[in-house]
Ligand binder design. Structure first.
Ligand code: C2E
Ligand code: MG
Ligand code: MG
Length: 688
């Protein structure tokens, strides 16, 4: 025995106690011992310490062995109790053992003591382990009784145990009704046969089986049972089961929902992809199999949804879905991808003409107004078509190309559909790379500003510059803003880009003011996009810039286009007023190219009209353009605005503009837009 035993010795003679200890130590039993001889100290020791063995002398005055044993028993502690004594009769020994002592030894023959101690400690440990196991078992029993799954145990095919859930599942009120019955009493003859032929052989081999069976309740009714069988030793079978009838009934419904759009009940993207994959495989196998893919997108759906509400939006989608189905054959499929996007798979579409015919019918059908609660809703669709489908390997690629073609159809005002071709893909791809490149260009500072001087046409005095951004591309060289500004606007990158432009331009003009003190009144014109203008923090950012760089607002002119004004007139006026209160000037750029009426102009707090260069260019050749410029300058005068002509290239254009009393101008005739250092060398040094 390796461990050190705690031994309590009840003994009035110290010498006798020592004898006991020595005997144990001599036999390799490590121990701590404590000698006591009163009832009180026995109580204290039992309460405060743990004891592995008690060795008691029979005759301790006041604490004779029977009293000590009773005290220990009352404490409920299971401590081996060994009696050691001088000469007392066998009768007493038998009585002590009967009373519960574990062993009895003579004082003059202690040789048996070590073995007795070892044995009793061992057995006490076994009793302790067993007690613990019983506790665990009881808890498991409670758990098994409480679980919602049915659990049963069979021995030699006869029910031995069933938990309440099991009884309940099969319609039995108490276990007596089921226990003792054979396993097949819960199954029909056919199902029992299936057990014998299909299930039991697997169970024998694998020791376990899981699956579904039809089970029979006490009243004869049946249900689908999900069951797991495990074989334990000695022909014991453990059954765990539950009623899965409802789950089985719901299964087709769940499968349907997983593959259909809940709003229109059309197949969803997942099902569409499956069908497209099938079509791709079929096309690979059968040479004469043809199919086409149509990508449909409702026009202006967001506007309808936002202005008339989601309820009308939903009704429109359902209505469109119904109309699309009318034009399709059983073999075709229309799916909703989400939002206002639908995809149609036309199978066995023999020729391009047939497809176009169907497409035209769909377009016409979708143009018929919907009538929701006496409210007429007009709608239309744009359709992208993939006709040459034979080389596709992936459904996603088909969708991508149909989407690209749809996008082209959206942009074309005259055609509601477009057939996909490779050039479209290249264009879309270039656009995408351009977008990524733009992002990188911003991070790596690849943009530069050029400045185009603006002059007074009558005294040739330099009035300021227009800042025009360019992209110094590491491979493609200098790229014009007409190529990247529209994409920057679409992707929102215009906001950080123009943020940079404003800072850079202000810094530059501030620098020139210091270097050329006589240039103090020069202004810099900065072009803003609609996105910049609608940004709530615009004014705040300009304020920060002005304070940070200690700049005057009067230094800056903001150029905005006509179309930007009309978007939300009240809001626009508010922003313009805030700019004006910081002495920032406002120019309307490309004036004359927008559709807007001129009547709103007097409501706007603006300073300049810039005549678009297309009119200036054509003034000579086209009387109409001359007339337009005439009207703009006259209107400008009446409203007290300054007119600035763009794109002056020839002396003739200059003199015509002067005739019409246009005050300011810019253009190649004076100077192209130039980098800052060239502006210094060519313009500023000569002027100041
Ligand atoms: P815009 O504001 O109307 O700018 C005038 C355009 O006319 C500039 O083209 C300029 O280079 C060009 N131009 C100037 N003089 C002549 C001339 O005599 N003949 C001809 N044919 N063209 C002349 P650019 O620099 O390509 O800019 C095009 C447009 O890009 C600008 O039109 C403006 O709307 C936009 N843009 C330029 N820089 C920025 C910017 O920093 N931010 C924003 N949001 N847009 C910008
Ligand atoms: Mg401009
Ligand atoms: Mg312009």
């Amino acid at each position: 025995m390796d461990e050190c035993l705690n031994i309590l010795i009840i003994e009035d003679s110290e010498d006798d106690a020592k004898l006991v200890v020595r005997e144990l130590l001599n036999n390799d039993i490590q121990l701590n011992s404590q000698r006591i001889q009163t009832v009180n100290s026995l109580h204290t020791q039992l309460e405060n310490s743990t004891w592995d063995v008690i060795i008691a002398d029979y005759c301790v005055p006041g604490l004779e062995a029977p009293i000590a044993l009773e005290t220990v028993q009352q404490s409920q502690l299971d401590i081996p109790f060994i009696v050691v004594s001088g000469a007392i009769g066998e009768q007493v020994a038998v009585e002590m053992i009967k009373a519960g002592a574990h062993d009895y030894l003579m004082k003059d023959n202690l040789t048996r003591l070590p073995e007795a101690v070892r044995r009793e400690v061992r057995e006490a440990q076994i009793r302790k382990d067993r007690r613990q196991a019983e506790v665990i078992l009881k808890r498991q029993q409670v758990a098994i009784e409480a679980v919602i799954d049915g659990i049963a145990i069979l021995l030699n095919d006869i029910y031995l145990y069933a938990n309440p859930a099991y009884l309940n599942l099969f319609g039995y009120e108490h276990s007596g009704e089921l226990l003792g019955k054979s396993w097949d009493s819960l199954y029909s003859v056919e199902e029992a046969t299936r057990f014998r032929h299909e299930i039991f052989p697997v169970l024998e081999q694998e020791q376990a089986w899981q699956g579904e069976t039809i089970a029979r309740r006490k009243d004869g009714s049946t249900f689908v049972q999900g069951v797991s069988l495990s074989l334990a030793e000695n022909e014991t079978l453990i059954v765990v089961c539950r009623d899965i009838s409802e789950l089985k009934q719901a299964q087709p419904h769940i499968a349907h929902n997983a593959l259909h759009d809940p709003l229109t009940n059309l197949p969803n993207r997942a099902l569409l992809l499956e069908r497209l994959d099938l079509a791709i495989k079929k096309a690979q196998r059968y040479e004469d199999y043809r199919y086409a893919v149509l990508f449909l997108d409702l026009d202006r759906f967001k506007v309808i949804n936002d202005s008339l509400g989601h309820l009308i939006g939903d009704k429109l989608l359902i209505g469109i879905a119904q109309r699309l189905k009318i034009h399709l054959r059983n073999t075709d499929m229309v799916a909703r991808l989400g939002g206002d996007e639908f995809v149609i798979l036309l199978e066995e579409s023999s020729s391009e003409e047939t497809v176009i015919e169907i497409v035209n019918r769909i377009i016409k059908e979708c143009q018929t107004p919907f009538d929701f609660n006496k409210q007429k809703i007009f709608s239309s669709v744009s359709i992208g078509i993939v006709l040459e489908t034979e080389n596709y390997l992936q459904a996603e690629e088909l969708l991508r190309d149909a989407d690209i073609a749809m996008y082209q159809a959206k942009k074309d005002e005259n055609h509601a559909y477009k057939i996909f071709n490779k050039a479209m893909y290249i264009k879309a791809f270039n656009r995408l790379t351009l977008e990524t490149d733009l992002r990188k260009a911003l991070e790596q500072g690849e943009f530069v500003l050029h400045y185009q001087p603006i002059f007074d046409l009558f005294d040739n005095q330099l009035m300021g510059f227009e800042a025009l951004v360019r992209w110094q591309h590491p491979i493609h060289g200098l790229i014009s803003p007409t190529q990247f500004v529209p994409i920057a606007e679409e992707t929102g990158l215009i906001i950080p880009l123009d943020g940079w432009v404003i800072r850079q331009a202000c810094q530059q003009v501030n620098y020139w003011e210091k270097k050329f003190p006589r240039s103090l009144s020069l202004k810099v014109s900065i072009n803003l996009s609609a996105k910049d203008f609608r940004k709530p923090s615009l004014i705040q950012e300009i304020d920060i810039l002005l304070t940070e760089k200690k700049l005057e607002g009067a230094l800056i002119t903001i150029e905005i286009t006509e179309s930007m004004l009309m978007d939300n007139l009240e809001k626009t006026i508010d922003v313009l007023n805030q700019l004006k209160s910081r002495n920032i000037q406002i120019s309307i750029d490309d004036f004359g190219t927008g559709y807007s009426s001129l009547s709103y102009l007097n409501r706007l707090p603006i300073d300049n009209l810039k005549i678009d260069r297309s009119f200036v260019n054509q003034m000579q050749a086209d009387k109409r353009d001359y007339q337009i410029v005439n009207t703009i300058t006259a209107l400008s005068r009446q409203l007290g605005l300054v007119t600035i002509a763009e794109g002056i290239e020839t002396p003739r254009q200059l003199s015509l503009l002067k005739q019409l009393d246009c005050q300011l101008g810019q253009g190649y005739f004076f100077s192209e837009p130039l980098p800052a250092d060239e502006i210094e060398n060519r313009i500023l040094y000569n002027t100041f």
